[in-house]
Design a protein around this ligand. Structure first.
Ligand SMILES: Nc1ncnc2c1ncn2[C@@H]1O[C@H](COP(=O)(O)OP(=O)(O)OP(=O)(O)O)[C@@H](O)[C@H]1O
Ligand SMILES: [Mg+2]
Length: 236
């Protein structure tokens, strides 16, 4: 299977401005490769830097050093050093990211929110809406909620809308930060099936899942943030 992500020597320090500018080292020298058709689960204790690693893969965080090479449109792009415009293109076509919380956009209905990424890709509105309806049904979002904005939805409902909005696009790479954390068993099962189906189609998946049963159901490989990486303060 072909390689999709190649991380070389990734380090991330945070500057604690309220602590006199002291530096905290969260990740240091991370090397990681992910191939098409793999589901790599990042596993480490709370606070070890799992979300920081995922955000660095999405270039939400600028690393202190190292590369995050993403296979995009037949070539490697280091999203850590690429210009912002190119990072946006990579995100648009190649990198899907399910964050732990939905970023609610006021006054936009759930259906429009889920269909939006497809419409942005040039898919006809009616076709995009049909696919959004299919996903929302599959994820058990009741029809009465489709035409209102998800601002007032429960945590689990918002999480499922968030998943639908990403899964509608068939990205070659999926980054998942606890997508099943607030879901009941039936919905957790549905999301597991969706992720496994994506992986079997050749999608490269990197995810964080606290639940052992979910890890068992999804992981083709576990990536531990090395023990030596344990959070340390470094001289400023
Ligand atoms: N923007 C930031 N500024 C300063 N410190 C940060 C920032 N983001 C994360 N951290 C710190 O980095 C450490 C790792 O955070 P991260 O969210 O990556 O942990 P995690 O492994 O995902 O934990 P959890 O399992 O609880 O979600 C934490 O101590 C956190 O306080
Ligand atoms: Mg986290």
């Amino acid at each position: 299977m072909s390689r999709r992500i190649e991380v070389n020597g990734l380090s991330k320090d945070f500057t604690l401005h309220l602590q006199g500018g002291q530096q905290m080292s969260i990740l240091s020298g991370i090397d990681m490769q992910v191939d098409a058709g793999e589901c790599v689960v990042i596993h480490a204790p709370s606070g070890a830097g799992k979300s920081t690693l995922l955000r660095s893969l999405y270039a939400n965080y600028r690393a202190s050093s190292g590369q995050v090479n993403i296979w995009h449109d037949g070539a490697w792009v280091d999203v850590q050093s690429a210009p912002a415009r190119q990072v946006l293109t990579v995100r648009h076509h190649t990198l899907g990211f399910v964050t732990q919380f939905l970023r609610v956009i006021p006054r936009i209905s759930t259906l429009d929110l889920v269909a939006e990424p497809l419409i942005n890709r040039g898919v006809e509105k009616q076709v995009a809406h049909e696919q959004a309806e299919e996903l929302l049904s599959r994820l058990r979002i009741p029809k009465r909620l489709w035409h209102i904005p998800p601002a007032t939805f429960s945590g689990g409902e918002q999480q499922r809308v968030n998943i639908a909005r990403t899964m509608i696009c068939d990205y070659p790479i999926l980054l998942l930060d606890e997508p099943t954390a607030s879901l009941d068993e039936a919905n957790r099962g549905t999301v597991i099936d969706m992720i496994n189906a994506a992986r079997e189609r050749g999608v490269a998946v990197v995810g964080i899942f606290h639940d052992e049963a979910v890890r068992q159901a999804l992981a083709t490989r576990i990536f531990s943030i090395p023990a030596a990486q344990a959070v340390s303060l470094v001289a400023a």
